[in-house]
Design a protein around this ligand. Structure first.
Ligand SMILES: C[S@@+](CC[C@H](N)C(=O)[O-])C[C@H]1O[C@@H](n2cnc3c(N)ncnc32)[C@H](O)[C@@H]1O
Length: 202
């Protein structure tokens, strides 16, 4: 009985996920009707960093995504005040977002800044950087696409280094400068943090 109700619950989840993925794809096609390379921020919170990045790089097509509707609303309010028409924010869970990816878009750069730390080892499966996410990002990257990861959490940083170093499509590069310094909301809360940059294709 319990197994049956579990599998009914799982089917319902898959059905609702299918709808969300279709909505995300529709929204991506609406925002970016033509082929472009995106600067993507995963877990953008209120959009502090990406808004500043877009102001500094008006030619770039920037997209921030976050799980929390209220944060995306705030991020969009920031964007609207500044009239930045190549900057967009979207509510989406990153794995569902990757399932929705339309083929005409590709990745110029990816930021993962101060993701939720999940400091305990038994929670590490919840950390954003995972091999399968790196696989998905690699599918839409070109040679030289950069992945920038920054965190104040020692365990999460070690984890990030291990996961990225073990992936054959991404190479950690200590010689690549952080492209744009401007504190995100969380960066402002911490005095110490560590950064990693990896390039697709080495
Ligand atoms: C600690 S906050 C950091 C926000 C921002 N990057 C900063 O540095 O200020 C982490 C953010 O990641 C978002 N997040 C966590 N898991 C996510 C997921 N699976 N997909 C999308 N966003 C996620 C959270 O909602 C939260 O806003």
């Amino acid at each position: 009985m319990e197994t049956e109700s579990k599998s009914v619950g799982h089917e319902a989840f898959l059905e609702s996920q299918k709808k969300r993925v279709a909505q995300i794809r529709e929204e991506l096609n609406r925002l970016f009707p033509d082929p472009v390379e995106l600067v993507l921020e995963i877990g953008c919170g209120h959009g502090h960093y990406l808004t500043a990045y877009a102001e500094q790089n008006p030619e770039s097509h920037c997209l921030g995504l976050d799980l929390v509707t209220k944060r995306i609303r705030k991020a969009n309010a920031k964007k609207d005040k500044r009239d930045l028409n190549r900057l967009h924010f979207m509510k989406a869970e990153v794995r569902e977002f990757m399932l929705a990816w339309p083929e005409h878009l590709s990745l110029e750069r990816i930021f993962v800044l101060f993701p939720d730390p999940w400091p305990k080892k038994r929670h590490s499966k919840n950390r954003i950087l995972q091999l399968n996410l790196l696989d998905e990002l690699a599918k839409h990257a070109r040679a030289g696409t950069a992945l920038h990861f920054r965190t104040d959490d020692e365990n999460n940083f070690t984890w990030g280094v291990e996961v990225v170093a073990s992936h054959d499509k991404w190479t950690i590069r200590d010689d690549v400068e952080w492209p744009f310094e401007n504190p995100s909301f969380f960066q402002d809360l911490f005095t110490a943090y560590q950064s990693l940059t990896a390039l697709h294709g080495g």
